[in-house]
Design a protein around this ligand. Sequence first.
Ligand SMILES: [Zn+2]
Length: 422
Amino acid sequence: MSTPQNVAVNGSRLWQSLMDMAQIGATPKGGVCRLALTDLDKQGRDLFVRWCEEAGCTISVDKMGNIFARRPGRDDSLPPVIMGSHLDSQPTGGKYDGVYGVLAGLEVVRSLNDMNYVTEAPVEVAVWTNEEGSRFAPAMVSSGVFAGVFDLDYGLSRADLDGKTMGEELARIGYAGDQEVGGRKVGAYFEAHIEQGPILEVEGKTIGVVTDCQGQRWYEITFTGQEAHAGPTPMVRRKDALLGAARVVDAVNRIGMKYGPLACATVGLMQIHPNSRNVIPGRVFFTVDFRHPDDGILKAMDGELRAEVERIAGEIGLETEFQQIWYYAPIKFDESCVAAVRKGVERTGHSFRDIVSGAGHDACYLSKVAPTAMVFIPCIDGISHNEVEETTPEWSTAGCEVLLHAVLDRANAMAEQVKAPA
Ligand SMILES: [Zn+2]
């Protein structure tokens, strides 16, 4: 069946839902702190589930706590077209990162209800657990389990800095579901998201058609030197672990600059022991985050980091624990799904450009088990992972319109694909 031209979404209802969800974990500076599997995350999930049930969806939850809200299709045996993203946030996060993709998906369902429109294939809205990787590393772990990148035991045993595991915390908040994780056919996956960078806004484009996703490598490094009194210990006798870490921070920055403008290199977390002003730091734990769309360059960055860490530790006399805790190769999204997004942009008449995602998204893992694409909308000044993160109701509506068209394109094409002779 063909996709009607006159479909619409209710942009103000979507905006209101974004504002309502942002009340849960709201920070005084206008952002959101809703860390994965906390009581606030539970409240956000509960609100989403209630909205979906009010929209007539049936809810299922898998063993990683991923939530699926299903709107049946005319042929409910067809694999679903899934829209989604995440509801967890960074500690000083914004109102739209992740939440936009989830609630734009819900708005698509609500709009289909308003139009009494039945898609051929079922449509689902997914919430992926712990996308941010802030409380439990690595990021996107639950969509990763869904895609078979990690096994279930690995996912459930991820622990926060207090030693609480995802499995324990899922059970505590009542989202340890009974469904197996993944292993079912997905017709297509679409994720709408704020860009989290400045390109669309600077170029005056409303929609980013995401064609690729950068590769990433995450590291955890511990330097161990010797704690000593800050007064009586001469400079030349010190084994200062923080000095070593500081030199690595500088080296990481140099590596990022060397492979610019597409490379990103960040040290974002550091723990100093014993963290006392008159003790020479004996042990420092810190992280490194490398990104690049070219796998070969990412490998070169990896080699340079390893060499620098070894050199710096040798200079100061530090013991080193060095672990690459996470890697994924750059991703190319599915051509037919990207084409569906592009068709959606043409039908709605919004300005657009092709774009590479600089951030990791659940869509990156989903692309391993389902035809996948993403829709970006601008965010003001490109700022994200920040309480001042902002977008506009117009951009929000535009992205949801494009999402609706892309979903209809795939959900209705599914029947034709199944019926077509082999
Ligand atoms: Zn996100």
